[in-house]
Design a protein around this ligand. Structure first.
Ligand code: ITT
Length: 199
């Protein structure tokens, strides 16, 4: 019995850390750097599905290795789903504090503060693609709060909780997040990681 080796096609160290904590020792997870890839893959799609697919296909084409990618973001109802696929660079920069301030600014005076995080994972296993999705619903606070997590975590309060994602512990966020839901689907699909390999 050998453990499955999967490359996680991300340049986001926070995502890698979260996903590593979720899979534990079920798989051997490799980063792009581990396989010698430092490319910033251009995300030219207009949906999470397309972008997740672009990232995983890029790694598969280059390295012919089983891999997955996550494309994710925050969708705010009163902003017609923005920042959505543009979450990483909403304000034109990658600076999270600037990006979340822009969301707060655009929501000023709007009573509807409903939002959700969404992740789509594209897994390429033996050359075949499989998609997994996860979403978590909540509201946007009026001010950022908390220092854990990354991105828009300080302004997102998941339903059923009184703290933002950035105020919850990593363990708690990783139990309920959009990424946790999508990852659980992928892990179940992979049979909890104990895959028999012939070599
Ligand atoms: P890779 O493409 O290299 O994986 P990225 O940061 O560019 O890294 P995305 O294209 O998927 O990732 O953009 C996701 C952005 O959405 C991310 O930069 C955050 O701003 C936001 N985001 C995604 N998941 C989040 C989470 O769990 N908490 C807070 N913000 C999140």
């Amino acid at each position: 019995m050998m453990k499955k080796i999967l490359v996680f096609a991300t340049n986001n160290a926070h995502k890698l850390e979260e996903v590593q904590a979720m899979v534990g020792d079920k798989f051997i997870l490799k980063s792009m750097a581990d396989v010698g890839c430092n490319d910033d893959i251009p995300e030219t799609g207009t949906t999470f599905e397309e972008n997740a697919s672009i990232k995983s296909q890029y790694i598969y084409r280059a390295f012919k290795i089983d891999c997955f990618a996550d494309d994710s973001g925050l969708e705010v109802e009163a902003l017609n789903g923005e920042p959505g696929v543009y979450s990483a660079r909403y304000s034109g920069t990658r600076d999270s504090a600037t990006n979340l301030q822009l969301v707060l600014q655009k929501l000023e005076g709007k009573p509807n503060r409903k939002a959700n995080f969404r992740t789509v994972i594209s897994l390429i296993l033996d050359g075949e693609e499989h998609l997994f999705e996860g979403a978590v619903y909540g509201t946007i606070r009026t001010e950022p709060s908390g220092a854990a997590g990354f991105g828009y975590d300080p302004i997102f309060q998941p339903d059923g909780h009184s703290q933002t994602f950035a105020e919850l512990s990593a363990e708690e966020k990783n139990r309920i997040s959009h990424r946790a839901i999508a990852m659980e689907k992928m892990v179940n699909f992979l049979g909890n990681g104990s895959i028999e390999l012939l070599e």
